[in-house]
Ligand binder design. Structure first.
Ligand SMILES: Nc1nc2c(ncn2[C@@H]2O[C@H](COP(=O)(O)OP(=O)(O)OP(=O)(O)O)[C@@H](O)[C@H]2O)c(=O)[nH]1
Ligand SMILES: [Mg+2]
Length: 153
């Protein structure tokens, strides 16, 4: 919301599926519509179900691209549980944040291998947009072999 304000972009706040559908309909002329969900525990089934109902309420001809964003600094078992609990939303790609806050990247590899889901973006620090990078396998392999190096992002 802070970034939307800084960029002087319109913001719609919605709390339930009918409001979501109405907001999407009213914005359908836009080139890009970014949808951010409130953070939720992967074990909060009620919240995940509500997001699912919002996606189902979409009455436009557009398909929402679903990105699951997870911190790279949590262990593999937690990443896998998070993925499995959000998978009912039909995840398109995964994004990993905080690559600068860990020294181990095996968890990301293992999750990508296990789920066969593409990775779209990494974030490597707190600066926007400088620290947001399109994911590519060379960079991830470099992290795994030689550790994270900001200049190679
Ligand atoms: N160092 C570092 N900090 C990050 C990175 N990504 C996010 N942060 C910081 O983590 C904090 C939380 O970021 P948010 O974007 O609010 O996280 P969120 O998952 O949307 O949080 P909720 O919506 O509250 O669940 C902020 O202070 C960010 O600057 C990263 O890649 N590296
Ligand atoms: Mg958030």
């Amino acid at each position: 919301m802070q970034y939307a304000r800084m960029m002087k972009l319109g913001i719609e706040t919605v709390v339930d599926p009918p409001e979501f559908a109405t907001a999407l309909e009213s914005l359908r002329h836009c080139d890009y519509i970014l949808i951010d969900t409130m953070g939720s525990s992967p074990y909060d089934k009620g919240k995940i179900e509500k997001i699912y109902e919002c996606l189902e309420a979409n009455s436009t001809e557009y398909k929402v691209d679903v990105i699951l964003v997870m911190p790279s600094s949590i262990k593999y078992e937690d990443l896998l549980a998070t993925y499995e609990n959000f998978d009912s939303l039909n995840i398109d790609t995964m994004m990993f944040t905080k690559l600068d806050e860990t020294r181990g990247f095996g968890n990301i590899f293992s999750l990508a291998y296990e789920t066969k889901k593409p990775i779209s973006y990494f974030s490597v620090g707190q600066e926007v947009p400088e620290d947001l990078v399109c994911a590519n396998s060379d960079f991830l392999v470099e992290c795994l072999l030689n550790g994270f190096n900001r200049s190679k992002a």
